[in-house]
Design a protein around this ligand. Sequence first.
Ligand SMILES: Cc1cc2nc3c(=O)[nH]c(=O)nc-3n(C[C@H](O)[C@H](O)[C@H](O)COP(=O)(O)OP(=O)(O)OC[C@H]3O[C@@H](n4cnc5c(N)ncnc54)[C@H](O)[C@@H]3O)c2cc1C
Length: 416
Amino acid sequence: MRYSAFAIVREALRGNRHWAPVWRDPAPKPSYDAVIIGGGGHGLATAYYLAKEHGIANVAVLEKGYLGSGNVGRNTTIVRSNYLLPGNVPFYEWSMKLWEGLEQDINYNAMVSQRGVLNLYHSDAQRDAFARRGNAMRLHGVDAELLDRDEVRAMAPFLDFDNGRFPIRGGLLQRRGGTVRHDAVAWGYARAADRRGVDLIQNCEVTGLSIDGGRVVGVETTRGPIRAGKVGMAVAGNSSRVAALAGMRLPIESHVLQAFVSEAVKPVIDTVVTFGAGHFYISQSDKGGLVFGGDIDGYNSYAWRGNLAIVEDVMECAMAVWPGLGRLRVLRHWGGLMDMSMDGSPIIDRTPVDGLYLNAGWCYGGFKATPASGWCFAHLIATGAPHPVAGSFRLDRFATGAVIDEKGAGAQPNLH
Ligand SMILES: Cc1cc2nc3c(=O)[nH]c(=O)nc-3n(C[C@H](O)[C@H](O)[C@H](O)COP(=O)(O)OP(=O)(O)OC[C@H]3O[C@@H](n4cnc5c(N)ncnc54)[C@H](O)[C@@H]3O)c2cc1C
């Protein structure tokens, strides 16, 4: 069913009882041209662009739970392209451009809201680093503005500008950044891929990879074996587990990242704000809840449960930058599983097994990458060659030394 103003009015008059299911629920076929493992944002976007851009629609997305049950439905919804390094900027800017046209492309309201992302700085040295980042962005044609303290105060007067330890001196603003409703992204891509003939198969865990003479020929699943000409892995926090099925050991660690939402209040903050003296970011959802988060839990885990040390750390950061938050009650908090790479940047590449492709290492930042990641992974799977904007996201960069150390934190996943 195509969404339109007319369809919404018609269904409202009929008691909303005639909406068709948004995607089919097919049984797996014995064989596909391509199988994508993982029904998160990246897997769904990859299947959609394989069908749309490359005419490869005999594709299955295999998801061990339900579509969107992973990080794509657990993140804090922030999108931006305020990167510094040449390996990253063109990719994230391409993603931003795809966000800007996404809703028309997939005919789905993903609530793309370019409300701005404001990174606060608290010292002269940090201002200089932000000026450098902003200049690098502008050299790549990305919008960036360096604000002084008064300009930040005009945008967000509720912040604590005179905090004794972390006074706010200004901020780096990307006005085109903002938020996108995360699970609508999963649903929108799922619906659009389904309409182009992609099979979306839920409750189907991949438990083995069939490899013959160095080439992948299919997958073993909890719903039986499936043959495939090509297989793409897009399983985020489970990347090391699934790659291990092909005997690969990835330069990736899995960590929990927690997020929080407060009770709903009237509109108080109309942009995304990040604290510069600790790891903390906040925005307000359309329902009114303040959505915020901070650092990953510092130990490796495949669980979705975090621990209280991070809860305390996030709340301390919140109070340091916006003391008024202390008057609100936290409504819910949850965790997701981060695929932390050793330099904080992702991997979209071939693997040593022919026909087996890897999309992983998204760390905290993979939601904003969803459209470009799907676009570039589809390009790689369809053509065998990396897409130009993702050419640096190579798996062998940790062996060659061509790392993309955006944060300058080195090979320390818990610092990215
Ligand atoms: C709390 C939190 C806040 C975040 N905030 C932001 C943010 O503000 N901005 C941003 O850009 N990024 C953010 N991120 C990161 C972002 O959500 C992830 O990087 C991104 O969603 C990962 O890609 P994905 O959507 O494909 O992952 P997922 O949705 O996790 O998809 C992977 C899927 O693979 C499936 N799977 C795993 N193993 C198998 C198997 N063996 N067989 C079949 N299926 C399998 C999983 O069930 C899962 O559904 C955040 C993440 C979290 C957890």
